[in-house]
Design a protein around this ligand. Structure first.
Ligand SMILES: O=c1ccn([C@@H]2O[C@H](COP(=O)(O)O)[C@@H](O)[C@H]2O)c(=O)[nH]1
Length: 273
């Protein structure tokens, strides 16, 4: 899916919601554990309940890897089940020396056919480039993350006065265009988003941190939106585990719809109808 198509989906659904598929066997409703593949069954029902409010799904790969071969199988089945007009993100945070990165890219883009993958930028250009060589695919580089530890390294200032995350944003723009590169920018420190948008005016941002982490959707949107929206705002636990019982799909749907409604108003008020 290219940038224009992504924007068209955002306009069509009046939503820039990404539902995070962080499917945890300890948290899904008990009755699903009797299914042959409880993880896929949970995801299938969540996708059915939310896809009209979501423009992206983001399985966090850790939740599947942790289950061994069965987890990879559930992931593949989930990916195949996601409707073709919905953007897919492998939240894998990969990145290694070039030849290894090439194989990670092959795994997620050729074998598994995700639209995009999250990549850690800290091994530098040669670790990111192999992902960018896949035509039609997206790299989502970690820039300013939503966790408390983001300040440990990302806020360190170099001699030129730039913080590390600013350096990531500026340098990486020489490696790929806004048609293939997005950035992870956490919603938990909305005060930073305006400055980040100034450094990367045209790129999409994947924004985790609303919902369970308490980030601010309104401030994120007001400071972070560009003329093509430029935001995919993720919520995982708040939607997936809105109920741990048999009504989990109804509650997940209501939660996703509530976020979509807020996004609908924000899109209208920031971008116009
Ligand atoms: O900076 C980051 C980068 C990635 N994540 C991931 O997003 C989701 C958030 O889940 P919630 O349940 O909505 O808090 C999860 O997969 C994280 O690993 C992030 O939170 N922050």
């Amino acid at each position: 899916m290219n940038r224009q198509q992504l924007f068209e989906q955002i306009r069509k659904k009046s939503s820039y919601l990404c539902v995070g598929l962080d499917t945890d066997l300890k948290k899904i409703p008990r009755h699903l554990l009797a299914e042959k593949d409880p993880v896929f069954e949970f995801n299938r029902q969540i996708i059915d309940a939310t896809h009209d409010f979501a423009v992206a799904y983001k399985p966090n790969i850790a939740f599947y890897e942790a289950l061994g071969p069965k987890g990879w199988e559930s992931l593949q089945k989930t990916l195949e089940y996601i409707p073709a007009d919905v953007f897919t993100i492998a939240d894998a945070k990969r990145g290694d020396i070039g030849n290894t990165s090439s194989l990670y890219a092959q795994a997620f883009f050729s074998q598994m056919r995700f639209d995009s993958i999250t990549v850690a930028p800290y091994m530098g250009e040669d670790s990111v480039k192999p992902f960018l060589e896949f035509a039609g695919k997206w790299v989502i580089l970690l820039a300013h993350t939503s966790n408390a530890g983001a300040s440990d390294f990302q806020l360190i200032e170099s001699a030129n006065g730039r913080k590390l995350y600013e350096e990531v944003l500026l340098r990486s723009q020489q490696w790929g265009s806004p048609d293939q590169l997005m950035y992870v920018v956490g919603a938990t420190q909305a005060d930073k988003i305006q400055g980040i948008r100034a450094l990367a005016p045209d790129h999409f941002f994947l924004v985790p941190g609303i919902g369970a982490q308490g980030g601010d959707l309104e401030a994120t949107s007001r400071y972070g939106m560009n003329k093509q929206c430029g935001l995919l705002v993720n919520s995982s636990r708040a939607i997936l585990y809105a109920s741990g019982d048999k009504d989990f799909t109804t509650r997940a749907r209501a939660e996703a719809q509530q976020v979509q409604q807020a996004m609908h108003h924000l899109l209208d008020s920031i971008l116009g109808k």
